[in-house]
Write a protein of this length. Structure first.
Length: 291
């Protein structure tokens, strides 16, 4: 039986710039502290960006696409930071700067997340990272993934369901890699499913050959046939509305495919526009724990 889980800024109005309120010195100190914090965050982003661009696994085309993806948030960071640096609107305690600080923080976070995703892809594709197999109950790993994404699903009005065969075997594989693949796929499904839709995780065994099959399906917007191959390439995102949802990095599917291949499995994506998408992970019988 399926288990369901629901698991404006305003400028000064008539006041002289710089005369905000009686607590201006304290507000200015807080602003300076916040700017210092953001400076540290940007330093981290710069360090990770350099490491990412120097990764030997990245092709020149991927570097070019990464640079393109980074231009928007970095341009926003530089623009807002320059307004604050020159105190264009008055001393840093001015109310207007609070919105700019928030925008800088969001843009810097996006840069960090993008760098993290690129490094994750490089690690997933690297043969140098060892696989650490342990015994896994798939129900536990699925529950963990859905719990982590439960808040996101509630926010977007998406139902999360599971259908795990009662005789599903104990698996012997790398827990972190498998769970990361599940999280990527469920997160992606939520992003591309309209409010009121459903995301389902199915775990079963193929009776013909004993293969272990995991299917993450959704009732989302779907992917056009001509875009199916493209979305498996790094940084590619289809031109479809996400209903105001958070934009992704365009790396979730490539990372997932790399992880599944590292674990000895196969990954397949099927979709129909207006109906939904199904991502299938298939592992050979050998992934089951030895009796």
């Amino acid at each position: 039986m399926a288990k369901k889980q629901a698991h404006s800024d305003h400028g000064p109005t008539g006041k002289a710039v710089g005369h905000v309120n009686g607590n201006e010195p304290a507000a200015t100190d807080a602003s300076h502290s916040r700017v210092a914090e953001l400076s540290n965050l940007l330093d981290q982003a710069q360090t990770q960006l350099h490491a990412t661009l120097e990764a030997k696994e990245m092709a020149d085309r991927d570097r070019a696409m990464l640079a393109h993806e980074l231009r928007t948030p970095l341009t926003a960071i530089m623009g807002f930071a320059d307004v604050m640096r020159t105190e264009l609107l008055g001393p840093l305690g001015h109310e207007k700067y609070r919105g700019y600080v928030k925008d800088i923080h969001c843009s810097a976070q996006h840069v960090l997340q993008l760098c993290d995703a690129v490094l994750d892809l490089a690690r997933a594709q690297s043969e140098e990272i060892p696989i650490e197999p342990v015994d896994i109950r798939i129900a536990d790993s699925v529950d963990k993934a859905l719990s982590m994404l439960g808040g996101m699903a509630v926010e977007y009005g998406i139902k999360l369901e599971t259908e795990i065969a009662p005789d599903f075997p104990i698996l012997h594989t790398d827990r972190h890699m498998l769970e990361r693949a599940l999280i990527n796929l469920v997160s992606n499904a939520i992003k591309f499913t309209p409010r009121g839709g459903r995301v389902t995780v199915v775990a079963k065994v193929d009776p013909a050959d004993g293969a272990v099959i995991l299917v993450i399906s959704d009732t989302g917007i779907g992917i056009a046939p001509e875009d199916l191959a493209r979305v498996m390439r790094p940084f590619v995102q289809i031109k479809a509305a996400q209903n105001g949802k958070r934009p992704g990095s365009g790396l979730g599917l490539p990372i997932t495919e790399a992880l599944v291949r590292r674990l000895g499995g196969e990954f397949e994506l099927r979709s129909k526009p207006g109906v939904g998408t199904a991502a299938t992970i298939r592992f050979p019988r050998a992934i089951q724990r030895a009796a």
